[in-house]
Design a protein around this ligand. Sequence first.
Ligand code: ADP
Length: 582
Amino acid sequence: MYSIILLNKEGEIIYFSENLPSLFGYKKEDFSKVLAERLEPFLPTSLAPSGKLFSQGEVVIPYRKGGRELLFFDLLIGAKIIFLLSRTKERLSIRTLEAVLNSWEEPAFLEREGVVILANERMGELLGCGKEDLMGEVWENFIILGEGKELGGNSLPVIVQTREGKRVDFTARIHELSWAESSFFRFVILRKDKEEKNELLNRAFLIQRKKLLQMTEELEKMNRELLRLNEAKSEFVSAVSHDLRTPLTTIMEGIRLCEDGTLGEVNPEQKKFLRLALEEAQRLADFINDLLDLSRIESGRISIRRRKMEVEKLIFRVLNPFQKVKESKGITINISLPEGLPPVFADEAHCYRILNNLLGNALKFTPLGGEIEITTEFSPERQEVIIGVKDTGIGIPKKEQGKIFQKFCRIERSGGQNIPGTGLGLALCKELVEINGGKIWFRSEENKGSQFYFSLPLYSEVLELKDDLKWAEEQTKKSNLPLALFLIEGLGEKPANFYEELESILQKENRASGFYRWLPLKEELVIFLIAPSEKFYDNHLVLCDFLKKKFTIMPLISYQIFLPKEVNQDEILKMVLKKEKV
Ligand code: ADP
């Protein structure tokens, strides 16, 4: 059984299948009220976009004489709201029907009981409106059949009336789609008579197109093979590095235990060699870590979590472990921090590695008694903070400057002062700065010193929201589960532990899928939730329950579901920020 219910944008029922009221024992005029009550929770609220939207759910409808039945529905939103009710869970996929429609090059639509359920782009173009505007419309509004004719059989001549009132002759071809015994949808495909005559020409064109597609496919195949080989290389580097890291940790731990005397007394001579071994092992560990990180970046597997971050705190965290080197080389490190430096938006672990590398280089390439300065500067025009590390060291020869961000870079210096290194540090810094949305550059003069700078974007809610959406999109694609977006408006003063409690109830609710994230935007709260669609309604109820308990005046919750293929960051961003500038 398939029945349909049509509602206008205001949520008022304007049509339902005739079989429905008698099925549940109601008179037609009473049934509207019963339905309205039952469907109300599923109606889209302020979040409903003008674009298409599909979702699924379950609704319980009471029999007039007692008892009730659970029906499954597909919800489609276009110019009208369409509920397709079914008694069985196994039903036609709306996405598939849409894909079939889109595959027709002619204008086409899917109809049931005289109502357009879905239409393709061409259909909209033909009539002069969007295809969503046709969803829920009675097709008799734009298709005129001959006197006494019905839309049936295989094909029949029709006149199509555009929105501007123009009339065009077409042949309508009708394909019936049976499902669950007798119920069916009908595909109506419109063909221009002239087009039939041009069929031969069309066919020649199609053959050419097929050849082109074949060639594209071959190219894509080769491309995929290249990508696969590249991936295999990255995987190899990553696997080898991984396998080296584990035994190295054990070796270092062993040396450390010997060196600090835990395993028995060691004389100063032995201690000296153990210390040396430990330092070399540490260098090897750093090299492996750099190699691993670079291969992760190359294969797009590096994890990045940008957050609001204070630059000052970062500088002091990085400086701390360098105290010993600094003292042993008699180098002074000055820090210049302007007052009121705004927070940046970056991954703290990445920034730590960047600054750690730059400072490590500055200390390594600056002779005894030299000077290093860490600078910070806020650029209002570029909306970024620039962090600099300046040294008075050996500098980089002009002719070598072009390659210092390349992997495994080795620099030829006059006088044979070649200091050992892996040449991976700066390559990694560049990659890390760039994935955080910044830039890295330097100035250097041989025997005078070098100045390295990197920029980081200022923190803003919009940037954070963009990252969250990117994350949400990745999760939906990875899990192939729909994305639910809840918008809670008018939260005002939040009770103590609001977020902690919310987190714990959502965690409980989403044990199976487990992905969610929220973003407080001034008075509002946006929650992204990636959960199976059956769970989505539970989440809605859980949120409502929670808010009801916490607030005397219930905040407004609106929600929307996006299937994995439908998640469109820009559209969601605009919706969430509404009139704010994006
Ligand atoms: P590594 O230092 O491990 O060799 P890096 O990628 O960090 O690798 O640096 C690449 C090269 O750039 C270094 O070998 C060094 O010659 C040069 N370099 C980097 N930083 C400085 C600096 N502050 N002063 C002089 N030379 C530098």
